[in-house]
Design a protein around this ligand. Structure first.
Ligand SMILES: [Zn+2]
Ligand SMILES: [Zn+2]
Length: 149
């Protein structure tokens, strides 16, 4: 089923975790939320929402940190326990998607962001590309559904 040409490979800094990711992004974003800033140690992160069905860990056993978003969803952040490189996130209400950290790919150069999101917490020293639409939180239709009451 999987066409080798659309399988992208990636992994963590120390090389213990390797993955394969098939399929195309459904939403490509630069996230400026405080959680992403804290976790990355940077002003924002580049992520692509990819079909979870096309993703598999090819080597190693990543660690998981389960946190909660403002909307109350559980967010599982998956990373290497040895070198701490972030790999992807998964939101409890959309198990069909993963938010891949594109800079963990062996070749992240193809990535084209659709949007800057959570610019309400973008840092004043950061320079956003004016050609990429900016949203205080999510653009219409891209927020994750909240947890069922
Ligand atoms: Zn590692
Ligand atoms: Zn974020």
């Amino acid at each position: 089923m999987t066409d080798a040409s659309n399988v992208r490979t990636g992994g963590c800094l120390c090389g213990r975790i390797r993955y394969e990711c098939a399929g195309e992004p459904v939403f490509s974003l630069l996230c400026h939320c405080r959680d992403c800033q804290r976790q990355s140690g940077s002003g924002y992160i580049a992520a692509a929402r990819m079909p979870a069905s096309g993703f598999r860990i090819a080597q190693g056993e990543p660690k998981r940190y389960v946190g909660r978003s403002d909307s109350g969803n559980e967010i599982t952040r998956v990373f290497c326990g040895e070198c701490s490189s972030p790999l992807y996130v998964q939101v409890s209400t959309r198990p069909d998607l993963i938010g891949l950290r594109v800079t963990s790919l062996d070749d992240p150069s193809w990535f084209r962001p659709d949007a800057n999101i959570f610019t309400k917490s973008a840092q004043p020293w950061d320079r956003l590309d004016p050609a990429v639409p900016a949203y205080p939180t999510y653009p219409e239709g891209q927020a994750y559904p909240g947890p069922k009451a």
